[in-house]
Design a protein around this ligand. Sequence first.
Ligand code: NAD
Length: 290
Amino acid sequence: MSKIAFIGLGNMGGGMAANLVKAGHDVSAFDLSEAALARAKENGCAVFATVREAVAGVDAVVSMLPNGKIVDGVYGADVIGHAPTTALLLDCSTIDVDTARKVASVAETGGYAMVDAPVSGGIAAANGGTLTFMVGGSDDAFARAEPILSAMGKAVIHAGASGAGQAAKICNNMILGATMIATCEAFAMAEKLGLNLQTFFDISSKASGQSWSMTSYCPVPGVGPQSPADNEYQGGFATALMLKDLTLAMEAARSVGANVPMGERAAELYKAFSDAGQGGLDFSAIIKTL
Ligand code: NAD
């Protein structure tokens, strides 16, 4: 059992912190939201009024925050220099690679080991403890992070050095954005060509057009396994979050001069869909525009 501070107990962090408690850890929680803290308390966390109080004397700090600016601010102001230097720092938020590397480097200078450990899987996986973690950091830091992350996920993969977890996450989600749109446009065209959509699914899901977007998350209601399409595109992975990840992917592509025409087009289409007021719908709802 370890003493773990958890910062950012929103849609994802709330369930993750609860799973650390279930695994027998002693969890100190901090969030700016009173509602998030109340839920954390119900789930067995001890709640604190400041980050500094929450991280005092802990063995590890886990964060699940909205963006890189907030992660940088929280670690810079209240974690580094305030948590014991023996504490392992784990940021599970999805943020840009450069900020992840910068925060880890400042932490290392301060005497800490830190990993970036973004997740694949949504709120249901966070609640159910079935997330996949992609981890960037040294071998030693990964070895220390793995047992903590295992309490919240079904797979914990060492992606490489600092920032590699974030790099893997945005490259993966760039594939997801592009394949979802490609799958949606193929279904829309199949329908116009007079194909029965269930029949097209039966063929393409066993042929070379298959992908996770088709076989596990089919965007057509009533076709394939149960997916947000069967629930009027509610729940699932919000368009706004897909756009966030594609925007991070485009920033990263520019920073290294990568040529990503499909990713770029997916980012443009998700931006237009989000600007049309559909950011709250599951990302497979983009089929409505095709
Ligand atoms: P959320 O908005 O529900 O939760 C974020 C929490 O952080 C909120 O409770 C907020 O009050 C808190 N917070 C903000 N600023 C803070 C600060 N300075 N100090 C302490 N707490 C602060 O968001 P979420 O859906 O839980 O997403 C969290 C992260 O997980 C994001 O980086 C997101 O991209 C990533 N992610 C989300 C999903 C998903 O399906 N929701 C899936 C994979 C990854």
